[in-house]
Design a protein around this ligand. Structure first.
Ligand code: HEC
Ligand code: HEC
Length: 331
């Protein structure tokens, strides 16, 4: 009898869930499509994003670590940089990064433009320096011409380079996921199990940190709120910047948009399986042990967050000239 009533209760819950349509106060909003104010800027930024000549080796572009064929990430625990150097931290996706309140895991860059100057001169990433990278661009007539047209400048500057890259990145949004279609009223866009996953996501409290259009990116939170996170990675989060103990292990909450594509997970890239990442989150952030079934539902929901990926023709880069500094991949 007891089992039966539990069962009926479960069924009723299920039925209610099926009936549940989004209400006006959902803590998650659909992603708006990109608005392109200046297509020429975006096109130039796209070229720069794909141009490996911004690196010392002539081999590493932004797209090497933020591969737009792989959810804007490299699917590695930590990136491989210049001279096969092991990166210190997992590369976050560039998709929807314009929605972040700040850039990097610790938020040390205010916006995309400020961020873009970082990797070019980072000795472990692209290992160039800004002077060299700008010299390379200045030696290429087609780039000179493009910057002249788009930015009305005679000399290419770092400011214009990072601006163009940022303008391109702002177009890397992923609207129209199945979940967004559900939010907009298409009740058939997600399944019963996926809907139950969303309801769990809200009721157990994931949504406290993963909310807004990007389901993250809008706050810094402690990793290991209830139970400490064990890792060999030395990153300390915001404390690395402020030196304050309260900021230890405070990281920018990652977006969960396209999370099915951006494995492995967490700042150390230690978890490859989304089910495991959900289990870790429930235990460490909320003190909850979820059943295998519930983990499956939450994961099923998370997979409905994969949206339309940016799609465009691969940019054809202008050729180098005899004046272009030659790449030095091996020193
Ligand atoms: C060698 C790999 C590598 C290359 C090349 C690289 N990045 Fe990154 N990128 C990373 C890593 C790793 C991080 C995270 C670093 C951190 O938070 O400390 C990151 C962070 C970012 C972020 C912040 C995302 C967020 O959610 O905080 C953006 C945006 C970004 N990179 C764009 C670029 C652009 C534009 C270029 C080219 C100019 C570039 N990256 C080149 C590895 C790379
Ligand atoms: C107290 C805030 C908080 C809560 C609650 C929370 N998260 Fe997180 N979440 C974070 C932070 C911070 C990170 C990044 C941690 C790190 O990388 O060290 C993260 C990372 C993740 C990641 C990995 C994303 C990636 O790209 O690496 C997933 C998946 C995730 N959370 C899902 C969930 C789910 C599901 C729940 C509920 C069971 C949840 N989170 C609850 C703050 C939170």
């Amino acid at each position: 009898m007891r089992t039966l009533s539990l069962l009926t209760a479960g069924l009723c819950l299920g039925l209610n869930a099926w009936a549940a349509a989004p209400d006006a106060n959902e803590p998650v909003q659909p992603i708006p499509p990109a608005e392109v104010a200046d297509p020429a800027k975006v096109e130039l930024g796209k070229q720069l994003f794909f141009d490996p000549r911004l690196s010392k080796s002539g081999f590493i572009s932004c797209n090497s670590c933020h591969n737009l064929s792989m959810g804007g990430s490299d699917n590695l625990p930590t990136s491989i940089g210049h001279n096969w150097q092991k990166g210190p931290i997992n590369a976050p996706t560039v998709l929807n990064s314009s929605m972040n309140l700040a850039q990097f895991w610790d938020g040390r860059a205010a916006d995309l433009k400020e961020q873009a100057a970082g990797p070019i001169a980072n000795q472990k990433e692209m290992a160039s320096n800004h002077v060299l990278a700008i010299d390379v661009l200045r030696s290429i007539p087609q780039y000179r011409e493009s910057f002249k047209q788009v930015y009305k400048i005679d000399q290419i500057t770092l400011d214009a380079v990072t601006d163009a890259i940022a303008e391109f990145e702002k177009t890397l949004v992923t609207p129209n996921s199945r979940f967004d279609r559900w939010l907009k009223g298409d009740e058939k866009a997600i399944t019963q199990a996926e809907l139950e996953g969303y309801q769990l996501f809200k009721s157990i409290g994931c949504v406290a940190c993963h909310n807004g259009a990007a389901l993250g990116g809008n706050s810094f939170q402690k990793m290991g709120l209830v139970e400490p996170y064990k890792t060999d990675n030395p990153a300390e989060g915001v404390a690395g910047l402020t030196g304050k103990d309260v900021d230890r292990f405070m990281f920018k909450v990652p977006t969960l948009r396209n999370v099915e594509l951006t494995y492995p997970y967490f700042h150390d890239g230690a978890y490859w399986d989304l089910d495991d990442a959900v289990d870790v989150m429930a235990r460490l952030q909320l003190g909850r042990q979820l059943s295998k079934e519930d983990i499956g539902k939450v994961t099923a929901f998370l997979k409905t967050l994969t949206g339309d990926q940016p799609s465009f023709s691969v940019p054809i880069l202008p050729p180098s000239t005899p004046q272009t500094p030659i790449p030095t991949p091996f020193n």
